[in-house]
Design a protein around this ligand. Structure first.
Ligand code: DX5
Ligand code: ZN
Length: 226
């Protein structure tokens, strides 16, 4: 299992977005996590296709991981793919026709992911696990950075590891919310391999060093995993 760090630009300084995103990737981040919020599905508004296109222009080779926290995601998937999104994930809770939406993402040449809110059990996505590239387990209620890690996410990550093994599938397990030096060991030991982190990377200090230290902590947790 390859541990990867996905810095979340939500906590970056948007007036210096390109520069800060580059620093996080320089520090070892391999996936750039882009939170798309509409003020309806979640109580906050962020960015959309225009900013994804700008990031794609500045970072031509980066993996842009777009996490859609919006109602009616089908309406924006084509524009996000066109703007340069690499991965697009949608919330189970936002999709009436989840299977169709995941197919739509793949049909636009992006890798698809499904996201689970803290109150949503893993079995709600059982029927699409063979379709998706990744399952994103929210470890905070979506909408804002710098919230406290909800430890119930650990049990869900472990369940996903077991289900993946039992069914012989290959989806990756991503975790998002409250991932920092004090929680990263637990999420890695539970089985998460794509680690989203906003506040811990961008909020204070040196972005490159923050990313580097977090990734080191994650990798050393792998070594000690039972
Ligand atoms: C929250 C977003 C997260 C957020 C995580 O709704 O989906 O990606 O940036 O932020 P931290 O790492 O600060 O909890
Ligand atoms: Zn996110």
């Amino acid at each position: 299992m390859t541990i990867e760090l996905a810095p979340s630009i939500l906590s970056a300084n948007f007036a210096r977005l390109g520069e800060e995103a580059k620093a996080a990737l320089d520090g070892g981040g391999t996936v750039l996590h882009v939170d798309v919020m509409d003020g309806h599905f979640v109580p906050n508004i962020t960015v959309g296709p225009l900013v994804v296109a700008a990031l794609r222009k500045t970072l031509p080779n980066a993996i842009l991981d777009c996490h859609l926290m919006i109602e009616h995601p089908d309406e924006f998937i084509p524009a996000l793919a066109e703007a340069g999104a690499s991965w697009i994930s949608v919330h189970q809770e936002a999709c009436i026709h989840l299977h169709r939406t995941l197919q739509l993402i793949e049909s636009h040449g992006c890798k698809s992911g499904v996201v689970l809110n803290p109150a949503t059990p893993v079995h709600m996505v059982d029927e699409v696990l063979d379709l998706v590239h990744h399952v994103l387990v929210m470890s905070v209620n979506p909408g804002f950075g710098a919230q406290k890690f909800i430890s119930g996410a650990l049990r869900k990550i472990k369940t996903l590891v077991e289900v993946r093994e039992a069914l012989g599938l290959s989806f990756r397990i991503e975790v998002d919310g409250g991932v920092a030096l004090d929680t990263v060991g637990d999420v890695v030991r539970a089985g998460a391999e794509l680690l989203v982190a906003g506040n811990a990377v961008f909020a204070k200090g040196n972005i490159r060093e923050n990313a580097k230290k977090l990734l080191e902590a994650a990798r050393s947790a792998t070594l000690t995993r039972a």
